[in-house]
Design a protein around this ligand. Sequence first.
Ligand code: ZN
Length: 467
Amino acid sequence: MPLLCSLLLVFLLPVAARAQGAASPEWSAVEAETLRHFQALVRLDTSDPPGREQEAVDYLRGVLEADGIPVQTYVLESGRPNLVARLTGRGPGRPLLLMAHTDVVNVDPARWSHPPFGAVREGGYVYGRGTLDDKDNLASALMVMLLLKRLNVPLARDVILLAEAGEEGTTRVGIQFMTEQHFPAIDAEYCLAEGGRVERRDGQARFAAVQTLEKIPRAVEVTARGVAGHASVPLQSNAVVRLGTALARIADWQPPIQLNETTGTYFRRLAQIASPEAARRYADVLDPAKVQAVEQEFRATEPAHAAILHATASPTMVDAGYRLNVIPSEAKASIDLRLLPDDDPAAILESLRAAIADPAVSVDWAPRDVRPGGTSRLDTRAFEAIEAAVRRHYDVPTLPTMSTGATDMAYLRARGVQCYGIGPGIDVEDGPLGFGAHSDQERILEGELHRFVRFTWDVVTQLVVTP
Ligand SMILES: [Zn+2]
């Protein structure tokens, strides 16, 4: 940590602590209320599609207005409102935005052993769709707003809550609509949203993953062309075969490897908490002479780590032929391409073409909702506040992460908002067992929900008490 930052932290901590001491929440009462709002929100079926955010927004409005917090809604499509609540600060700081989405992905109720919208408590967990994505962040942001208001915390900047619609696949009614048409309502210096977690193993927190960056999704279409003919005479120009070869070459493609501030810091800090054998691999990533070899290792054993070192291409759909005895003249495949934020898209496409190396195969961009790029710095007060609160509440290091998937924070980052993805403690063992986000046993540890509220409260108060 640079000296200036250390000094700043030493200076700021007592200020924030004093302010919190003067207005400390009654945590046992807060926990009861958190659980009540959380369960109420999970019980509202806001499945998207079709997107039924109205009920959630009505609920939030009722709760916020009962405490005297004014609420505004912004609607592009009827029944799918976005809610904005603002606590006005008197200091010179630019606002802090707390963002969470009200919609959830669909469920197949037959696959659920607990009712998906039951918010059933069992064995220390709450089960239901949205418990991890994103009604945890929603309930936590709601509680922080209520507490700031009730405790009359003096604000050096505005605090805004955005409960957005359409995150799960219809961003045009949600974040796109808000950033394109109502940006002044949510414009902020910092934003906290979903996209992070505290990873637990054997019930112990290991590190906090805080999303500061994400890859940029694009679509590519690969088309192989050849001579059509009777299938009884195999042809070397068979478009299906050519496409197959092209896809195999995509699998072997070696895109340029590049680290950025986030991924470099991530591997450096991960090496510090990993087993000696794993630490060797993570240290090798930082060594230009060794990164190529470790990337090959990652492809087989840690594909998520390979995927943050370079652009990736996954063939996902194939379309060719129309009857058994006809060799078709054309075969197509769709490729899900994910660029690094610093990649030059044209150069990456050229690199993919060079890897396929077949003049009978064309490689072109295909339409896709292009999310804007953008980055969040690590040298901000917000990131420092997050790291300090992670230490205080979980006693683990913070790892900045670059997500391979896309989130709504991309739209805000593109407008210059420094966004950080945070989240509650999650057992790493839970995902493979089928309890993760989007699964049909989605669940959250109750204790971690409450700890997440306290953590978020600390981060927010740290940022709003002094500008
Ligand atoms: Zn989500």
